[in-house]
Design a protein. Structure first.
Ligand code: ADP
Ligand code: MG
Length: 233
C-alpha cells in the first residue's frame, strides 16, 4: 500500500476571534481522500477553525498547513492561491442569483484563470454530472429546489479539483430527506479521492456515515470514536 499524503496538519494551534481565545492546543491531521467531521455545539468554534484554515482569521499561535500552504504568516498575496486549492461550502447557498447554473460555474472558472471555452464547457459538464445535475445547466437558481441549489454549490466547490473541501454546516438549511441526499453525495465525492472536512452540529449524521470525528468542546478539540446523542445546540 502506498502511504497517503497528509493534506491538513495542525500543531498546537490556537483559534481566536479578536482577542477572545476560542480553542487552543488544536492538533490534528487529515489524509488525502479522508472524510472527517468537525462537530460541537453552536459557539464551540467550528466555523472559527475553518475560517483559520482558509485564512479568513489570522493564525497567531501554532503551525498549520492546508493543501501544502503554510497558514502561519500567510500574506494577502498568498491567500487567493490557498483558496484556489480549497473548495469551500457554506450553509447558505451562495449562488449568484442574476445568472443561470452554467454561468455561475463559468464565472468561477474565468475568475480563476480558465480561458479555453471548450475546456470550460467540459469541466462544467463534469462537475454537474458528479452532482447529478447534468441536465439543469440552463436553470436559474430560483428555479431549483434547496437541495439542487446546494448540489450546484458543491459542484462549484469542485471545479478546480480542490485538494480539500471545507464544508461549514452544508446541510444546515435542508430538511432531513435532502440532508441525507447531500450527505450521500459528499461521501461519494470523498470516495473518489477528495478530502472533506465537514462541520456540523447535527450529531444524527454521524451514525449514518462513519468517518473520523473531531469534537470541539470546552475550548479544545479532540478526536472521538462516537458521541452521545442528542447533541443540541
Ligand atoms: N465574527 C465574530 N466576532 C466575534 N466573535 C465571534 C465571531 N464569530 C464567532 N464568534 C464567537 O466565537 C465563538 C465560536 O463561534 P463559531 O466559530 O461560530 O462556533 P460554531 O461554528 O461552532 O458555532 C463563539 O463564542 C462566537 O460567539
Ligand atoms: Mg458555525
Amino acid at each position: 500500500m502506498t502511504e497517503k499524503k497528509t493534506v491538513v496538519a495542525a500543531n498546537g494551534v490556537s483559534i481566536f476571534q479578536g482577542n477572545n481565545l476560542i480553542m487552543d492546543e488544536v492538533s490534528f491531521s487529515i489524509l488525502h481522500g479522508e472524510f472527517a467531521y468537525l462537530i460541537g455545539k453552536t459557539g464551540s468554534g467550528k466555523s472559527s477553525l475553518l475560517k483559520t484554515m482558509y485564512a479568513a482569521l489570522a493564525l497567531r499561535e501554532g503551525e498549520m498547513k492546508v493543501a501544502d500552504v503554510a497558514i502561519r504568516g500567510i500574506t494577502k498575496d498568498q491567500v487567493p492561491g490557498l483558496r484556489r486549492r480549497l473548495g469551500i461550502i457554506f450553509q447558505d447557498f451562495q449562488l449568484l442569483t442574476d445568472r443561470n447554473v452554467f454561468d455561475n460555474l463559468q464565472f468561477v472558472l474565468k475568475a480563476t484563470g480558465w480561458k479555453d471555452n471548450d475546456q470550460i464547457r467540459g469541466r462544467i459538464k463534469e462537475v454537474l454530472e458528479l452532482v447529478g445535475l447534468a441536465t439543469k445547466d440552463y436553470k436559474w437558481p430560483h428555479e431549483l429546489s434547496g437541495g439542487e441549489q446546494q448540489r450546484v454549490v458543491i459542484a462549484r466547490a469542485l471545479l478546480n479539483h480542490p485538494e480539500v473541501v471545507l464544508a461549514d454546516e452544508p446541510t444546515g438549511n435542508l430538511d432531513p430527506d435532502l440532508t441525507d441526499e447531500i450527505m450521500g453525495l459528499l461521501h461519494s465525492i470523498a470516495e473518489k479521492g477528495t478530502t472533506i472536512l465537514m462541520a456540523t452540529h447535527d450529531y444524527r449524521l454521524l451514525n449514518q456515515f462513519k468517518a473520523t470525528i473531531y469534537l470541539c468542546e470546552n475550548g479544545k478539540m479532540r478526536q472521538v470514536d462516537s458521541v452521545a446523542m442528542p447533541g443540541n445546540g
